[in-house]
Design a protein around this ligand. Structure first.
Ligand SMILES: Cc1cc2nc3c(=O)[nH]c(=O)nc-3n(C[C@H](O)[C@H](O)[C@H](O)COP(=O)(O)OP(=O)(O)OC[C@H]3O[C@@H](n4cnc5c(N)ncnc54)[C@H](O)[C@@H]3O)c2cc1C
Length: 532
């Protein structure tokens, strides 16, 4: 049987960092197992391919939540990456660390060593920020590019509206304030965790990557992990570890794998016929996510719809991309945004904004769902509350490891979250009431929050809001007595040789997008593991 020092499950955002870090000094043999396959394809490389990856089953787990009582009983689509790079290879590439207060909250939840200073130090080690003129700051592996000069000119109205409405500008990477978003791209190409961390490390002889390897669970000797079982092309395999198994399968699959291994809510596991190794009710619990709402408008001037929605526009953009590697094909759809305070008296930003210079809907081509631009000049303004308080659960639905787990987000299950969604809609209303926006918007394309009652806004939110793809917290880092699953060294409470390092360990959701903080978790996890 194959033996390694470390076995990492999942080559996503976190797993790629861990594989690079744990193999760097050549002392340890590392096995990285990934259920998905290659990321060497056009739609992954070229940033605008985002819309095609969104539903593509060859690179996407395509989960769905249970019907949500707070969202009119709707079951919400949950894309997750299933390929090298994981969700960082299919995401919208917006790079935001989160606010320092987020990590103060992590520390205060019983996690020494995870405060704002420690988080900032890890971010700085992994980032190479590319300024407007192409000048790099930092020597990290991950390219974080300032693409503002490339963004569609329609975005200038959003920046003017924010200023008029009293929302100050800021560096969206590390602080609150409004501005253009920085992207994880490198010279016009997506720079996923696989590009930044894994690919260079694969030259090392002590790192072995196996794709199409779906891990079924950890093997345990009493309360010690000894390895994993996985299936590849229909064949069952087992790999053993001398030191540790690290689960980096993401916020949906890491708790599922723990439960399948007998670590989870005892009664649930017993009801599924799974031997209970450790009764840990917190496994799968404490799920958090950002609930997002988008409003679409028709514009008085051309938007990206007139480029990406027309053959000639698309052909010109494609040619430009081939010749210069810039233009719309080199960018994501979320171009502007920022974090703002819905009430200036608040101590921290509570609403994250998005302004996309295009509007789109899901269309079907050859029965394949795709995101396609609307035929008229249009754009979107969206928002999500930064720190929602609703928590849900992810639990196995069956002892079959190939069955999707039950995702129960419990969206809008607290009064605070309802108030936050209304506050976000009122922020959008404030933007719409500015001169800058009045000159741009010719009509709402659907519901607009302007001059509406709270009841009407909430009804629309319940009818249309959905995930912005940031699930976390399902293997929460917190003391066991507080329902935590891992300790501050990311060791599973009560089980030796088993850690979790990915978005599932977040003690609380960060104020904005979750890729950067997930990479930071993995950087710190590697330090902790190598430090003994
Ligand atoms: C559509 C979309 C858009 C997003 N946009 C942004 C954005 O613009 N900015 C941002 O910051 N964040 C964004 N996010 C969120 C961000 O990408 C994630 O928070 C982050 O990538 C999570 O990293 P992870 O390591 O926890 O999980 P993942 O990156 O999802 O990695 C988990 C990996 O484990 C593998 N795996 C799972 N189960 C098994 C198994 N049993 N055996 C073997 N391998 C397994 C998966 O295939 C996957 O490769 C987006 C996410 C999505 C889905």
């Amino acid at each position: 049987m194959e033996q390694f020092d470390y076995i990492i499950v999942g080559a996503g955002s976190a797993g790629c960092v861990l594989a690079e870090r744990l193999s760097a000094d050549g002392r340890h043999n590392v096995l990285l197992l990934e259920a998905g396959g290659t990321d060497r394809r056009f739609d992954v490389r070229v940033p605008i391919g985002y819309g095609r990856l969104f539903h593509d089953p060859s690179v996407n787990w395509r989960f769905r939540s249970e019907p949500e009582p707070g969202l009119d009983g709707r079951a919400i689509y949950w894309p997750r990456g299933k390929l090298l790079g994981g969700s960082s290879a299919i995401n919208a590439m917006v790079y935001i660390r989160g606010l320092p207060g987020d990590f103060a909250d992590w520390q205060a939840a019983g996690n020494p060593g995870w405060g704002p200073a420690e988080a900032a130090a890890a971010f700085e080690r992994m980032e190479r920020r590319i300024g407007a003129g192409g000048t790099p700051t930092g020597a990290g592996a991950l390219w974080v590019s300032d693409c503002a000069a490339q963004y569609h000119k329609l975005g200038r109205h959003y920046l003017a509206a924010a200023q008029e409405a009293g929302f100050p500008p800021g560096d969206t990477v590390s602080a609150e304030g409004v501005g253009p978003y920085a992207l994880t791209t490198r010279r016009g190409r997506r720079h996923s965790a696989a590009d930044a961390f894994l690919r260079p490390a694969l030259r090392r002889r002590n790192l072995r990557l196996v794709t199409a390897a779906e891990v079924l669970g950890a093997t345990l000797d009493g309360l010690r992990a000894t390895g994993v079982r996985y299936r590849r092309h229909g064949q069952l395999h087992e790999a053993r570890c001398r030191a540790e198994v690290v689960l980096s399968a993401g916020a949906v699959k890491s708790p599922q794998l723990l439960q399948l291994s007998g670590i989870g809510p005892g009664a649930l596991l017993a009801s599924m016929g799974i031997e209970v190794v450790r009764d840990a009710p917190g496994v799968g619990g404490a799920l958090q996510d950002h609930l997002g709402m988008t409003y679409a408008f028709r514009a008085s001037e051309p938007s990206l719809n007139q480029v990406l929605g027309r053959f000639r526009g698309k052909a010109a953009a494609a040619l430009r991309y081939v010749l210069f590697r810039d233009g719309p094909f080199s960018l994501g759809v979320n171009q502007m945004g920022g974090m703002v305070r819905s009430d200036p008296g608040l101590p921290r930003a509570d609403i994250q904004l998005y302004c996309n210079p295009l509007s789109y809907s899901t269309v079907y081509r050859n029965r394949r769902p795709l995101l396609a631009p609307d035929p008229w000049p249009g754009f979107c303004i969206g928002f999500n509350p930064c720190r929602p308080t609703s928590r849900g659960r992810i639990d196995i639905a069956s002892p079959d490891p190939h069955a999707a787990p039950l995702i129960v987000p419990n969206s809008l299950s607290t009064d605070t979250d309802i108030a936050l969604m209304l506050a976000g809609a009122r922020v959008v209303e404030r933007l719409l009431e500015t001169e800058a926006m009045r000159g741009l918007v010719t009509a709402a394309n659907g519901f607009s929050p302007a001059a509406q009652t709270d009841a009407a806004i909430l009804a629309d939110i319940r009818a249309r809001a959905g995930t912005v793809y940031h699930p976390c917290g399902t293997c929460r880092m917190a003391p066991a007595v507080a329902g935590g699953v891992v300790d501050p060294a990311l060791r599973v409470h009560g089980v030796a040789g088993l850690r979790v390092a990915d978005a599932s360990i977040f003690p609380n959701i960060t104020s904005a997008n979750t890729n950067a903080p997930t990479l930071m978790v993995a950087m710190k996890a590697a330090d902790i593991i190598l430090g003994g």
